[in-house]
Design a protein. Structure first.
Length: 261
């Protein structure tokens, strides 16, 4: 599997509601290299998930565009797969059935399906639970299923929208290790949205910090901390400090801007 290069050009998004138009994103410009792992962090409501949906082709930008390997993105595609916060696993299917679902829809032959599902069940370390139902699994195990179901399709771009937000601290850290390992093994270009600066620093080769709404790029931090990473790595601790400083300044600037004259 080979990742894809992404380019976001002046991407903006405006929603029209009953109270009038709301600008969610403004002039987002980013270049993401093939196989890169980029985390996106920012204040609540800054448009992180909206940006991910635009890259996925699930939403259209109001202004600007997204390119993948030099070609504009028009709508969703199997080359870009999203993993959502709740995992969106199918409760009526077991682990094996969930992971092979997309392959069946795509018309992949049974022999190849079996081989690929077995590979990814092993990759997410669920061999002993291959025929367990979703209600029998922990939250972390269900997210492993969601990850395997996405990666078994061999997407060139993996888009993750706060997938570990509902997990406890221990399970969350465990899943961060799993994701790093899968990224190394698959080579998929990965965009990972999170509200947790610590998580962004553990996972991202670059950390994109968005401003308050409308979301713009406040900073892009390069993170050269060696992998696998944990919160104890000095380089990770430094990235957390830098990201927090930027976000704190962003919030203070926004609040000052709202003060009456």
């Amino acid at each position: 599997m080979k990742g894809a290069a992404l380019k976001l050009v002046m991407v903006g998004k405006q929603f029209n509601g009953k109270a009038g138009p709301t600008e969610a994103l403004r002039d987002i410009n980013l270049k993401i290299s093939e196989g890169e792992f980029v985390t996106i962090v920012g204040p609540s409501g800054c448009g992180k998930s909206t940006l991910l949906n635009i890259v996925a082709g699930l939403e259209e930008s109001t202004t600007g565009w997204v390119e993948m390997d030099g070609h504009r993105v028009h709508g969703p595609g199997a080359d870009r797969i999203v993993v959502f916060q709740d995992g969106a696993v199918f409760p009526w299917l077991d682990v094996w059935g969930n992971i092979q679902f997309g392959l069946r829809v795509a018309g992949v032959r049974r022999a190849e399906r079996e081989t690929r599902v077995e590979e990814y069940v092993r990759m997410v370390q669920l061999e002993k639970f291959a025929h367990a139902r979703m209600h029998e699994l922990s939250g972390g195990m269900r997210q492993r299923v969601a990850l395997a179901r996405a990666l078994v399709l061999r997407p060139r771009v993996l888009l993750m929208d706060e997938p570990f937000a509902a997990l406890d601290v221990h399970t969350r850290e465990e899943m961060q290790t799993v994701v790093q390992d899968l990224w190394v093994k698959t080579g998929a270009t990965t965009l990972f949205v999170t509200h947790d600066v610590r998580e962004a620093a553990v996972l991202g080769g670059r950390i994109v910090v968005l401003s308050q709404r409308p979301g713009t790029v406040s900073a892009v931090l390069t993170n050269n901390a060696p992998r696998p990473r944990t919160l104890e790595n000095p380089e990770v601790v430094e990235q957390i400090r830098r990201s927090n400083e930027i976000l704190k300044a962003e919030v203070q600037w926004s609040n000052q801007d709202k003060l009456p004259l």
